[in-house]
Design a protein around this ligand. Structure first.
Ligand SMILES: *[C@@H]1O[C@H](CO)[C@@H](O)[C@H](O)[C@H]1NC(C)=O
Ligand SMILES: *[C@@H]1O[C@H](CO)[C@@H](O)[C@H](O)[C@H]1NC(C)=O
Ligand SMILES: *[C@@H]1O[C@H](CO)[C@@H](O)[C@H](O)[C@H]1NC(C)=O
Ligand SMILES: *[C@@H]1O[C@H](CO)[C@@H](O)[C@H](O)[C@H]1NC(C)=O
Ligand SMILES: *[C@@H]1O[C@H](CO)[C@@H](O)[C@H](O)[C@H]1NC(C)=O
Length: 469
């Protein structure tokens, strides 16, 4: 609190100075801002929970791959040179400080690509595990035709597997400002059993397996990046043939944010828990052509959040979803959510506050695939507050009205309710047109999502019904 007060007072002072003499004060303001920033930074470092950091990430020793003989024109093979730079970054550590147990702090060492394009014929596999706080950045890496099929350009997998008893192989590895061209040989980045890996401003293309795969470990953060098997701006005549997966999250607690997936059969495949996708735009392969934006394959233990995403002609598939949130997202081009029954379990699912638009009134915004087995263990499922234009709205709560002169009023909720023949809760009220009449009425039937209310005398009435599944 005192720090915040002081900062605010300084800001105020700076603003006052600025107003009194704009030109001179502007420079002054800059230096004060710098001072303020530095002082805030220092405080953060002093009070931080990572006392072993001797330097900030980004200002550590620089290993320029060109000095190791790498060819920035891409003509000669640079595999050996880059691996040597990587090896030095890992081995010439300046302190014995550690990050998490058994992971040495490399002090922000940088393997620097200096804006070059480098051809490699083998994966850039990380050296022995147990190191962190290092980054590879600033250039293009391209697989040659000799690159082994199914390899990954950058592979954070220890050469001889993880040593016994060591929980994590690498920590705080940053891959930044990279163009990774897999040349249809395999994948872009593979991360195994690592902690806090950051992929920032990377463009991964021409993969056949995965653009990025993260297995085991946790907290891989993929942000501000672009992934596509083919370089296209959409409407590609070969879209039907797109294959591969842009991102596979086979671990927990990963973050994908502000990413565009522009071609691949599957955009993001999730088989780990507590992952979050936010601000991701998918136009990888239209559902109508067999593509999937997001495939969540953790039947019975989904625990996944998809928020503020843009599903552009390609939708979401979730198997036996248990604890799944899909919110504040935009679906266009008939993209929809498919809930697929594997063992009939669905619970803790919220699909709310999304926008859908399409061209096919037969298509529902949320659909069930019960071809294997029906959903028969249905817990709390809320599909509500979505808006749909020229695509059929589906919901788990609904309201209806029946009007007429008679003894029976029927509201058929099948067009809107998601689950067939399932009404858990009904509320209704009867408004009789002739206020002199006061009939007895009752809810008589809800079978097959059709609500029937009857009265004991003929009356002209409106019956308002709301239901929940
Ligand atoms: C590429 O390899 C050739 C042959 O070994 C060599 O003469 C040349 O200097 C290399 N070019 C670069 C930029 O490393
Ligand atoms: C790290 O520890 C080893 C073994 O104790 C020692 O030989 C080496 O000098 C230390 N390195 C640094 C940078 O402190
Ligand atoms: C409703 O139907 C009854 C019986 O056919 C008839 O007597 C009555 O006038 C009708 N009421 C209205 C409001 O149409
Ligand atoms: C309808 O119910 C009311 C209230 O119980 C009763 O007074 C009336 O006789 C009933 N009418 C018929 C036709 O059963
Ligand atoms: C409810 O409706 C279903 C379907 O029309 C019918 O088979 C069933 O007998 C009805 N139940 C009652 C209590 O009227």
């Amino acid at each position: 609190m005192p720090n915040t007060c002081r900062s605010m007072m300084m800001m105020l002072l700076m603003m006052l100075t600025l107003f009194s003499d704009p030109v001179a004060a502007a420079a002054d303001q800059l230096s004060k801002l710098q001072y303020l920033k530095n002082s805030l930074f220092r405080r953060e470092l002093l009070s931080g929970s990572a006392p072993h950091f001797s330097r900030l990430n980004g200002v550590g020793p620089v290993y320029d791959v060109r000095t190791y003989g790498a060819d920035p024109t891409g003509r000669n093979d640079s595999t050996e040179a880059i691996l040597n730079a990587l090896s030095d970054a890992f081995n010439k550590r300046s302190s014995n400080g550690t990050l998490i147990t058994d992971v040495y702090d490399l002090g922000g060492a940088q393997v620097y690509l200096a804006g070059g394009t480098y051809t490699i014929s083998r994966p850039l596999r990380f050296p022995a595990p147990g190191a962190g706080n290092v980054q590879i950045h600033g250039g293009t890496i391209r697989a040659s035709d000799a690159f082994p099929a199914k390899g990954y350009l950058i592979d954070l997998t220890p050469p001889h597997g993880a040593p016994k008893g060591v929980a994590y192989s690498y920590e705080f590895i940053t891959l930044r400002n990279l163009l990774l061209d897999v040349n249809y040989r395999g994948g872009g980045i593979s991360i195994t059993n690592s902690l806090r890996t950051s992929i920032d401003n990377c463009y991964v293309t021409h993969f056949t397996t995965e653009g990025i795969i993260s297995r085991g470990g946790h907290e891989t953060s993929i942000h501000n990046s672009f992934l596509g098997q083919h370089i296209t701006g959409g409407g590609d005549p070969k879209e039907r043939d797109f294959s591969g997966t842009a991102i596979t999250l086979a671990g927990n607690d990963n973050i994908v944010t502000d990413v565009v997936v522009f071609s691949a059969a599957t955009g993001v495949f999730i088989s780990g828990q507590a992952n979050i996708l936010t601000g991701v735009h998918f136009y990888n392969k239209a559902t109508a052509l067999g593509g999937t934006g997001i495939y969540v394959k953790l039947p019975g233990r989904t625990l996944t959040r998809i928020v503020n995403c843009y599903m552009d002609y390609t939708g979401i598939v979730a198997e036996d979803p248990v604890q799944l949130l899909i919110a504040n997202s935009l679906f266009i081009g008939d993209a929809y959510v498919l809930l697929k029954s594997v063992n009939g379990v669905i619970d803790g699912v919220n699909i709310v506050d999304n926008q859908f638009s399409g061209s096919n009134q037969q298509n529902g915004i949320v659909q069930l695939d019960e071809s294997k087995t029906p959903f028969n263990k249905v817990g709390s499922v809320l599909v509500d507050r979505n808006v749909a234009r020229t695509i059929k709205i589906k919901s788990t709560v609904a309201k209806g009205l029946a009007q007429g002169n008679g003894t029976s009023w029927t509201v058929d909720f099948n067009p809107i309710l998601l689950f067939p023949n399932r009404i858990d809760h009904v509320q209704y009220s009867v408004r009789v047109d002739d206020t002199a009449l006061f009939p007895v009425h009752a809810l008589r039937n809800t079978t097959g999502n059709i609500v029937v209310v009857e009265s004991n005398v003929t009356v002209s009435a409106s019956v308002y019904v709301s239901v929940a599944q």
